[in-house]
Design a protein around this ligand. Structure first.
Ligand SMILES: [Zn+2]
Length: 89
């Protein structure tokens, strides 16, 4: 990794951490200052709500059809060309 890439990564990381620390710990001397601060307005605003309630749509897109799988094993020795077990005569 090149040196400038490493330094720029550390610079961005440190700026992000300092910004997060300053935003979370800042305070205002008066209420009017807090009312005009975008961070405080956003922090104390109500969570957004969904205006329109969408009902879920359930539709069948396919059916699982299970089929029996039967393995067809050749048990006849003559088909494989293999000699069968010796028989006692
Ligand atoms: Zn503020």
């Amino acid at each position: 990794m090149r040196m400038w890439t490493r330094w720029s990564a550390w610079l961005c990381l440190s700026l992000m951490l300092w910004t997060a620390a300053v935003e979370s710990t800042h305070h205002h001397a008066s209420e009017t200052d807090a009312a005009s601060c975008s961070i405080c307005v956003l922090a104390h605003s109500a969570s957004p709500t969904v205006s329109s309630h969408a009902d879920p749509v359930f539709a069948v897109i396919g059916l699982w059809q299970e089929e029996d799988v039967v393995a067809k094993a050749p048990l006849d020795f003559s088909e494989l060309g293999i000699r069968g077990p010796p028989a006692v005569l």
